[in-house]
Design a protein around this ligand. Sequence first.
Ligand code: SAH
Length: 512
Amino acid sequence: MTNKPGKVYLIGAGPGDPGLITLKAKTCIEQADVVVYDYLAAPTLLEFAKKDVQLVYVGKKGGDHTLTQDKINQLLVDKAAQGLQVARLKGGDPFVFGRGAEEAQQLLSAGVAYEVIPGVTSAISAPAYAGIPVTHRDHTAFVSFITGHEDPTKKDSRMQWDIFAKSDATLVFLMGVKNLENIVTNLVSHGKPADTPVALVRWGTTPLQQTVTGTLDTIVEKVRQAKLKSPAVIVVGSVVSLRKELAWFDKKPLFGKKIVITRARAQASGLTAQLTHLGAHCIEIPTIRIQPPQDITQMKDAITRIRDYDWLVFTSVNGVKFFFDTLFDMGMDVRILGHLKFACIGPVTKQRLGDFGIISDILPETFRAESVVNAFSHTDIQGKKVLLPRAKKARTILPEELTKMGAKVDEVTAYETVLDSDNKNTLTSLLEEKQIDAVTFTSSSTVSNFISLLDPDQAPQLLKDVTIASIGPITSDTARSLGLKPSIEADPYTIAGLVDSLVAYFSAAGRP
Ligand code: SAH
C-alpha cells in the first residue's frame, strides 16, 4: 500500500499491428504497476511493461469471457484503490464498441481517477490495410460504424436499416461475421442495390490478415467458401472498389508466409522484425537457450590474467556479451583492456563490441580458414598470446589457423548453448496443422536441436511441404546430414542475407 492515489488508464491498444500503438499508450504501459488486457490486444505490447508488473488477462474471445464485465470493473477499482497505476489495454479504441465508457462510468462512481488514451480502431485501420479508404471525395461524404452484433429478433432494434440502405455512406460493421447474412438481407430488403461492393477484413493489420470481397449479392457465399471467421470488419460501400487499385499490405513480398524462427529467444527479435516488416507471420520457436557456462572460473581466471594477453578475439555477439558481463561482475571496466588488440568475426560481432566503446582492429568476414589468414596477414601474430572467449564445443578452425600462424591461443568457455524444448508440442501441432511455410536455421545447433524436438518417425512427413532456409553452407551441411533439404541458402551468410534469400525464393514466379 502506498499513499499515492491509484489511477486507471483506459488505453486503445490498436488493432493488432503493434506499431500502431500511440506513444502515450506505450509510455503508460512502461510505467504501469498492473496491466489488464483482453484477447484482441497485440501480445507483444506487454513486453513494454516493467519486469515486476502484474499482468491480468481478462479474456473475451467471442462470448467466452474469462471475467465478466462487472468483475473487470471491480478489478480496476480494487487495483486503483491499492494506489496502483493500472493500464487497461483494450483492442482498437476503448470507446469504439469497446465498453470503455462503461468502465469509465464505474471508475467515476467509485471515485477512481482515470484517463482515456484513444487508439487506432479496427473500423478504419483494417480497411486501410486492405487498401480500402473509408472515405473518398468521389465516393462518399460520410462513414458509419455500426454494431453487427445486435440480436436480429430484438424488438426495439436501434438498427436504422432504411437509413443505412438509402445513404451512400460507407458502412463499417464490427462484430458482424456471424450475422453477415442478416445484415446483407436487411440492407437489400431496405433498398440497397445488390451490386454494392462489400469486403470483409479479418485480423486486419496483422500478418494473418485475410480479405474477401464481393457484392451484397455474392458476399455470403464467398465468405462461406473462404471459411472466413471472426474477428473481421465488414465494409459496405463503393469505396471497397478502390482496393483493386490501393491494396498494399497484402502485396508485401512475404505476406501471409508463416515462418518459424529457431534462434535463441534473446537473438530472435532482429530476424523477426525484418521478416514481419516484409509481411511474414513469424513464429518464434527457440531451439537453443544461451546461458553462462556452468563453470565460470576459467573465464574469471583469464580476465584476472588479461595483462598477459596481446589479442582478444570474438567470434560471436554472445562471446562479447558474456565476456563483458563477467568483466563487469568482477568489478572491472574496459580500461583494463587498453593494451589489447581486437579481432571480431563478422560485422555484427564487431558492432556489438563497438557498443562497449571498442573498435575491432581486424575483421575476418567468415570462419573460413582463408578469411582468417587474410585478415591477419598484415599483422605479426607470431608468438603473441590470444584469448578466445567463445561457446563451449565451438568449431576448431579459428584456433587452428591462429596457432599455425604462430600465435599462442587460449580458448575459454564464455557461454553454453543448451537445447530449449519448451515449444516441442507447439511445433509438432503447428506442423501437423500445416501452419508453417518455412523454417529458418541460423546455425548448425538450431538444426540439430530442431530435429531433436520432432519424433524421428514423423519428421519426414511433417516437414514434407516445409521450405528449409539456412544461413550458410555449414548450416546447410548439418541440415542435409540430418535428412533436411534446404531450398534456401543465404548469401552473404548473414541475417540480412537470409532475409533477402527468403524474399527472392518466395517472389519467384509460381511459388505458392
Ligand atoms: N474497440 C475495438 C472494437 C471492439 S469490438 C476497435 O476499436 O477496434 C470487436 C470487433 O472489432 C471484432 O468483432 C471485429 O469486428 C473488430 N476487430 C477488432 N480487431 C480487428 C482486426 N484486427 N481486424 C478486423 N476486425 C477487428
